[in-house]
Design a protein around this ligand. Structure first.
Ligand code: IYR
Length: 223
C-alpha cells in the first residue's frame, strides 16, 4: 500500500458503445479539419481564450508528474519583431546553406521559405519550453521524459486551439536558443517549438497534401 494519499476516480465517464462511437467519430471529423496555417490575420484574440487552452495543455500526462514545460505567451509587437528578426536570420542560413538538398526537396510541397511575416502578423506567439530540471529551494529536481511530456502538452494545446476555432502553425526555427535570450528564460529551459496562433487570413491557402490511411501507420497484433 502506498503511503501517499489517493482520492476516488470521480471524473471518469463511461458511454454506451453507440455513444462512444458517435462521440469519437465527431471528434475525429473535427480534428481532421485542422490544417497548419501559414497566412495569419492580425485579428485580435482575447487572452482568456489562450489561457483556457493553456490550462487544457497543462492536463497532459508527464514523467513523474513533473509538468516539465513553460509557455511564454507573446503578444507585444516589439518582442514579436525581435523574434521574427532572429528566426529569419536562422532560416536564411537554413534555406541558404544548412539544409541538405534532400531536406529542401521534402519541404518543397509545403512552399516554406525564410520569410516569416506571420511572426509579426498573428496576435499570439506561444514559445514552448521544456525544463530539463527545476530548482526548488536551491535544490535541482530532475525531470523525467521532458521531451515526451512537452510534446504531449503541445499536442493538447494545438487541439484545444483548433477546438476553439483558431488556427496554429508549429514553427521550429533551428537553432532557437535565441528564444531564451529574447524571452528571458533560464538555461534549464530548452526551446521546444514556437506556436503561432490566430485567425487565418481571409485568403489563406494550404498545401494540397494528404494524411496516410489507417493501414499504413498501424498494426494490430491479436494473438
Ligand atoms: N524551420 C524551417 C524549415 C521547416 C522544417 C520542417 I521539418 C517543416 O515541416 C517546415 C519548415 C521553417 O520553418 O521554414
Amino acid at each position: 500500500m502506498s503511503d501517499y494519499p489517493t482520492i476516488p476516480l470521480e471524473t471518469f465517464r463511461e458511454y454506451p458503445l453507440e455513444e462512444m462511437r458517435a462521440r469519437l467519430k465527431a471528434f475525429y471529423e473535427d480534428v481532421n479539419r485542422r490544417r497548419t496555417v501559414r497566412d495569419f490575420s492580425d485579428r485580435p484574440v482575447p487572452r482568456d481564450v489562450i489561457e483556457t487552452a493553456l490550462r487544457a495543455a497543462s492536463t497532459a500526462p508527464s514523467g513523474a508528474n513533473m509538468q516539465p514545460w513553460h509557455f511564454a505567451v507573446v503578444s507585444g509587437p516589439e518582442t514579436k519583431r525581435k523574434i521574427r528578426e532572429a528566426a529569419e536570420a536562422e532560416e536564411r542560413e537554413f534555406y541558404g546553406h544548412r539544409a541538405s538538398e534532400e531536406w529542401l526537396a521534402a519541404l518543397a510541397p509545403l512552399g516554406t521559405d525564410a520569410d516569416k511575416p506571420f511572426l509579426e502578423t498573428a496576435p499570439y506567439l506561444i514559445a514552448v519550453f521544456l525544463q530539463k530540471f527545476s530548482e526548488e529551494e536551491g535544490e535541482k529536481v530532475k525531470h523525467y521524459y521532458p521531451v515526451e511530456s512537452t510534446g504531449l502538452a503541445t499536442g493538447i494545446l494545438i487541439t484545444a486551439l483548433h477546438h476553439a476555432g483558431l488556427a496554429t502553425l508549429t514553427h521550429t526555427p533551428s537553432p532557437m536558443k535565441f528564444l531564451n535570450q529574447i524571452l528571458g528564460r533560464p538555461s534549464n529551459e530548452r526551446p521546444f517549438l514556437l506556436l503561432v496562433v490566430g485567425y487565418p487570413a481571409e485568403d489563406a491557402t494550404v498545401p494540397d497534401i494528404t494524411r496516410k490511411p489507417l493501414d499504413e501507420f498501424t498494426s494490430f497484433i491479436d494473438d
